[in-house]
Design a protein around this ligand. Structure first.
Ligand SMILES: O=C(CO)[C@H](O)[C@H](O)COP(=O)(O)O
Ligand SMILES: [Fe+2]
Length: 227
């Protein structure tokens, strides 16, 4: 699998011209589109449902779509996003009544599945599911809004998650980080173990997306390979 993936969060895209903005960020070098789903219940904000995901597919977006479900209950929306063309679906374990079932629904639909950890959510939710996940997402802000500052304690959590991945022998599990990722901290975040980087305001807030993504990749190129 490729070393590092950059996943712009379309939470910070121009919703009035979403297809064109997603095209632009992909042309600028993004690997994956991060799609934040908020329900005004699990988190205090309301964003987009599966019809937006389908609209992007119908518009012609072919890049992987990484759906971050910040919703409760979880299961009701999983099928909608599978049908809408998602590739990866992650959810917050404390928002699911039955974690195994939610993971299985995602995988049965042909998507990669992952768990998301808020800053105060312990990693022990991973204890019995490492053989059934494809991705771990560490939140480096509390979920609900773009443009927040990176919480430094997330670095320790990334290191702990990376150790769990190593101990599991599953070299194919992605370790994603989400919230406050910028050019000036992405290298330290990668050194803590992340290999997939969500960045919303840092990329969509740039005048030149390609220049901003290149600056992130230049920082990542300076990270020493993991032992
Ligand atoms: O899940 C999220 C918030 O809940 C977003 O993906 C995240 O905040 C990205 O935005 P930014 O890079 O601006 O922090
Ligand atoms: Fe997100």
């Amino acid at each position: 699998m490729s070393d590092y993936l950059i996943a712009p969060s379309i939470l910070s895209a121009d919703f009035a011209r979403l297809g064109a903005d997603v095209d632009a960020v992909l042309a600028a070098g993004a690997d994956v589109i991060h799609f934040d789903v908020m329900d005004n219940h699990y988190v205090p904000n309301l964003t987009m449902g599966a019809m937006f995901c389908k609209a992007l597919r119908d518009y012609g977006i072919r890049a992987p779509i990484d759906v971050h479900l910040m919703v409760k209950p979880v299961d009701r929306l999983i099928g909608d996003f599978i049908d809408a063309g998602a590739d990866i679906i992650t959810f917050h374990p404390e928002a699911s009544e039955h974690i195994d079932r939610s993971l299985q629904l995602i995988r049965d639909g042909g998507c990669k599945a992952g768990l998301v950890f808020n800053p105060a959510t312990p990693l022990h939710y991973l204890d019995h599911v490492m053989d059934r996940i494809d991705q771990i997402l560490i939140m480096s802000v509390n979920p609900g809004f773009g443009g927040q500052s990176f919480i430094p304690e997330a670095l320790d959590k990334l290191r702990a998650a990376r150790q769990r991945i190593a101990a599991s022998g599953r070299t194919d599990i992605r370790l994603e980080v989400d919230g406050g990722v910028k050019v000036d901290n992405i290298r330290a975040i990668a050194e803590a173990g992340a290999d997939m980087f969500v960045a919303g305001s840092a990329i969509f807030g740039a005048a030149d997306y390609a220049e901003r993504i290149s600056a992130m990749r230049a920082e990542l190129a300076a990270v020493a390979p993991r032992a």
